[in-house]
Design a protein around this ligand. Structure first.
Ligand code: MG
Length: 256
């Protein structure tokens, strides 16, 4: 990066502010970075364009109004929560559990029919920096989409070990509730200040911040940057490539 000096200053500043925030709350940081809590859709896979299309198709077939763009903003919520939100808004009531399951399975079917989903460019390089520095990796997704979850170990071999995955099946509340990230901290045996969160969605950023992690937003879709700034992540990157470039420096700064 030609502005690497500026960027490392940003990283230093972000880490200093994060630590000050902790000490202002009377908390003590005892150790540096140990684990990265990593979202899947829009971070590891360039999959949000397919998810949003599949959502809108399913919803419109039910005679319910929606816009494709709104589904980018709901990213991170579980499928059940998304269905409840839209049906409550448009019909004033939510479907029963069985109907919700059926609606979600239709959406999942449409997503699968769209074929193979591309890996996010440079996500492998970002992950390799974590592996090289022996930072534990934990997947934290609101998704229950087995078509991607089952491919993960093939697409990113050795990155996410058994048991280091939090999916929609493992939590009651999806993002923006901090539960998925708190659960990942518990699984990895880390305190919040020993973790980073990597997120492409505003609601996911909100969950990471609420969980006390050093939260990194990476914008990989059409959501305007203001939506991310509102959630107050510690750092925002304009692309996965920019985050991959900076990751070794982020790890170093959070350990020193
Ligand atoms: Mg995401």
């Amino acid at each position: 990066m030609n502005n690497s000096n500026g960027l490392s200053m940003d990283i230093n500043k972000a880490v200093a502010e994060y630590r000050k925030n902790f000490s202002d709350q009377g908390l003590e940081i005892k150790a540096g970075l140990k684990a990265a809590l990593i979202d899947m859709d829009g971070v590891l896979y360039d999959s949000m364009k397919y998810h949003t299309l599949a959502w809108q198709r399913m919803v419109s077939e039910q005679g319910i109004a929606s816009s494709r763009d709104e589904f980018y903003l709901y990213e991170g919520m579980t499928g059940q929560e998304t269905i409840e939100l839209i049906w409550r808004r448009e019909t004033g009531k939510i479907p029963d559990a069985d109907t919700i399951r059926k609606l979600y399975s239709i959406k999942a079917k449409y997503f699968i029919e769209m074929g193979e989903k591309e890996l996010m460019t440079d996500a492998d390089r970002m992950l390799q920096a974590l592996v090289d520095a022996d930072v534990k990796r934990i997947l934290v997704t609101g998704s229950a989409q087995s078509s991607l979850l089952n491919r993960l170990d093939h697409d990113y071999p050795g990155v996410f070990l058994d048991g280091y995955k939090v999916t929609a099946h493992d939590v009651i509340h999806g993002k923006p509730n901090p539960e998925p990230y708190l659960r990942a901290q518990k699984i990895s045996g880390t305190r919040p200040e020993e973790t980073i969160v990597i997120e492409n969605a505003p609601l996911g950023v909100r969950a990471g911040v609420a969980a006390g992690s050093f939260t990194i937003a990476v914008t990989t879709g059409p959501i305007p940057i203001e939506y991310f700034e509102k959630e107050k992540p510690d750092l925002i990157f304009p692309s996965m490539s920019a985050l991959a470039d900076a990751m070794p420096n982020i790890i170093y700064t959070l350990r020193n």
